[in-house]
Design a protein around this ligand. Structure first.
Ligand code: TXA
Ligand code: MG
Length: 333
């Protein structure tokens, strides 16, 4: 059920989390399916709801730097401590950091790994929910495993409906793509998932940052995946996705084709060969593109189209995250 994210409803949702239940809530990146990060049985409910493979760990959400020591073990490595200090300027915000886990995080949350992915979100509802629940919150994106992440409360509702007792509606997520994930487990930090905190910004703060080979989807396989959830085929609508201009002229598309544009190619939206057109930006503004991308894919995927054609953007900054998600979505099984 959808509830507006009023203080009363946040308290009610926090009560459910404290009782070991799962609720959906907004963050600045995408909606999350949250449960008490210290409860193995609550974590199991998330996996069941999402139909998520048990080996794909969850992100733990905190609402202060103080809470870090509850979820991560920062005592074992001076190097990790120092690198984390350099990353704190991105928190609260759309950055997740993989750290050695504390003993309090059950293996159900970390999928048996000795590390934990930690995020300090900037969304006030997410922060208030963690505060009111009095516990860090483990939360994956609020979509069925393998499907597009939800950036609107109504998309969470359409995916889970009655299965979720409470969905806190905080409106559309501002960023619209999942957080950047960087791992500090190896000496040279590794970017596991690009997001709104860009590779370039991370490299500027940390010095050297490795790009996970997993980002190159031609090489990726489930076994090699560093962020275990970063499978090559992911974020996928049921409708096939193709990039604009890739091996076809626009009159070579099936009759029922949708188009998603970024505002680079001005003539496109006049084309009559598309059944539906979503113009995410008029000027190639990638913040606008990221903000609207998953919602547009979600809506077009409901229309029974034969194909969704998407414009491309340069593969740097936020564009790297956009192209990463789209390349995965476009990958054929
Ligand atoms: O923006 C986000 O990060 C959203 C919001 C709700 O915070 N959450 C999110 O969670 O995208 P999820 O579960 O959909 O994606 C988490 C990713 C998965 O690919 C998972 O494999 C990876 O993080 N991950 C989690 N723990 C990890 C760990 N210890 N080591 C490496 N990767 C990890
Ligand atoms: Mg996800």
């Amino acid at each position: 059920m959808l509830y507006d994210a009023s203080p009363d409803n946040i308290l009610k949702a926090a009560g459910l989390i404290a009782n070991g239940e799962v609720v959906a809530f907004p963050t600045e990146t995408v909606y999350g399916l949250g449960a008490d990060a210290f409860s193995a049985s609550a974590a199991k409910k998330i996996y069941q709801l999402k139909k998520r493979p048990a080996k794909n760990p969850l992100i733990v959400h905190i609402n202060s730097f103080d809470q870090l020591r509850l979820v991560a073990d920062l005592s074992s490595s001076r190097r990790i401590y120092e690198q984390l200090e350099l990353l704190k300027r991105f928190w609260p915000g759309p950055l997740t950091v993989v750290l050695p886990k504390s003993d309090k995080i059950p293996p159900e949350v970390s999928a048996g790994l000795s590390s934990v992915a930690v995020r300090y979100p900037s969304h006030p509802v997410a922060q208030e929910l963690v505060a009111a629940a009095k516990t860090p919150i483990a939360a994956p994106s609020a979509n069925r495993s393998g499907y597009i992440s939800a950036t609107r409360a109504e998309h969470v509702d359409r995916s889970f409906g009655e299965e979720l007792e409470m969905i806190l509606d905080g409106g559309p997520c501002q960023v619209g793509l999942e957080s950047t994930i960087v791992s500090l487990l190896d000496e040279v930090p590794t970017l596991l998932r690009p997001g709104a905190v860009s590779y370039e910004e991370l490299a500027e703060s940390l010095g050297e940052v490795k790009l996970s080979s997993n980002l190159s989807i031609s090489e990726s396989s489930e076994e090699k995946a560093l962020a275990p959830g970063m499978l090559s085929k992911h974020y996928s609508p049921r409708t096939p996705i193709a990039f604009l201009g890739a091996n076809r002229s626009s009159n070579g598309y099936p009759a029922k084709t949708g188009l998603i544009t970024f505002g680079y190619n001005k003539e496109l939206k006049c084309s009559s060969s598309f059944l539906v057109v979503d113009e995410l930006s008029r000027s190639g503004n990638l913040n606008e593109v990221a903000h609207g991308l998953f919602a547009a894919l979600y809506e077009q995927d409901q229309l029974g189209l034969d194909l969704i054609v998407v414009e491309q953007c340069p593969d740097k900054g936020l564009g790297r995250a956009i192209m990463d998600r789209l390349t995965r979505a476009a990958k054929e099984e």
